[in-house]
Design a protein around this ligand. Structure first.
Ligand SMILES: [Zn+2]
Length: 109
């Protein structure tokens, strides 16, 4: 999948802090594993930085699983780096929930 396209899709997500849409220039792809992508984003408006995990499929809206603020990211870092096994485990876990994303991960707007 084209990284430019990924960034475009992530740019359609709104900042959890101020509601501003992210923009493509402030999105950095950390890593991905099939449809699971980890991205670093920073809000162009309030400058809050987040780590976003999202399931991205072609011809579908990205499904945001979690976004961690910088503070939460520090905690996350203390637990060690994200390893391939973690990604795979998460991916497998998420597969079981296929189809239930809209209810599981519905975000308050
Ligand atoms: Zn913001």
């Amino acid at each position: 999948m084209d990284e430019t396209l990924i960034k475009k899709m992530i740019a359609s997500i709104k900042c959890g802090s101020c509601g501003q849409n992210y923009d493509e220039d402030h999105i950095e792809i950390v890593e991905h594993n099939d449809e699971l992508w980890f991205l670093k984003v920073s809000c162009p408006s309030c400058h809050v930085r987040c780590l976003v995990a999202a399931i991205i499929r072609e011809n579908a809206r990205p499904e945001v699983l979690t976004d961690l603020t910088e503070e939460e990211m520090e905690k996350f870092k203390n637990l060690g780096n994200v390893r391939d096994e973690d990604l795979l485990a998460m991916h497998d876990f998420l597969k079981d929930f296929d189809g239930d994303f809209p209810t599981l991960f519905e975000r308050e707007e």
